[in-house]
Design a protein around this ligand. Sequence first.
Ligand SMILES: Nc1ncnc2c1ncn2[C@@H]1O[C@H](COP(=O)(O)OP(=O)(O)OP(=O)(O)O)[C@@H](O)[C@H]1O
Ligand SMILES: [Mg+2]
Length: 259
Amino acid sequence: MTDTTSAANRAMHAFVERPALMLRAENVRKTFTLHGQGGIGIEALAGVSLEVERGECVVLVGPSGAGKSTLLRCLYGNYLASGGSIAIRDDDTALQHLEITCAAPHDVLRLRRNVVGYVSQFLRVIPRVATRDLVAAPLVARGVAQDEAYARAETLLARLNVPQRLWPLAPATFSGGEQQRVNIARGLIAQHRVLLLDEPTASLDAENREAVSQLIVEAREHGAAIVGVFHDEDTRERVATRRMPLAAARTQTPLGEAA
Ligand SMILES: Nc1ncnc2c1ncn2[C@@H]1O[C@H](COP(=O)(O)OP(=O)(O)OP(=O)(O)O)[C@@H](O)[C@H]1O
Ligand SMILES: [Mg+2]
């Protein structure tokens, strides 16, 4: 039996036998090849394994360049892992999980709509789309009525101290911290069962960090499985149920030897 097949079997058993298991990564590797720079390889992830159940918040820790963002992007399917298995619970499939590393694009999109949310440090501003619509969009995409989606968006924006006068405006001109709070509201509104958070509080003051931490803790207590990176210790302390260290990335020569 090949390594891939046995990893697939282990994933299948894990999701059937453990109803609380939401995300399972096994031996994930990611190497970037810098073609413009002599084919040098950067081994950003050298075999990372992780299991996350409902109600857990795993905080990734490690120095800058350790691969924290890379791991979150692989888990979301933005980066294709160079090796290993990444499976996320997907009750719409016969096997009750989706293997992200070889899933069809439409399955990944469905999983993102229904199961996995991702919040990065920066908002992707869509020109001329009002803040309220931007935040409500993930619910509208799921078929929730516009009024209900707006009401939920407004509740979240208010909790995140985004002034009401900004709700009808497009966030292109907002401050960094205002944009980040709009981004968090958009990321949390659909109450995804799996949440991937990459420094969502990086440009916030203490009061707003606290508001965000509170929302993350509530999501966790409602059963979300969370993997996150947080730049300040107070937030880590507040939200983490567990920490996972990642080691610094290694540079390889073009021949593939570790430098
Ligand atoms: N798209 C890419 N192309 C090439 N190299 C990349 C790419 N993305 C990340 N890397 C490299 O992979 C390594 C890990 O980067 P990553 O952004 O995951 O680190 P990080 O732990 O999130 O760091 P930070 O704490 O600074 O955000 C770094 O050496 C980085 O240069
Ligand atoms: Mg990062």
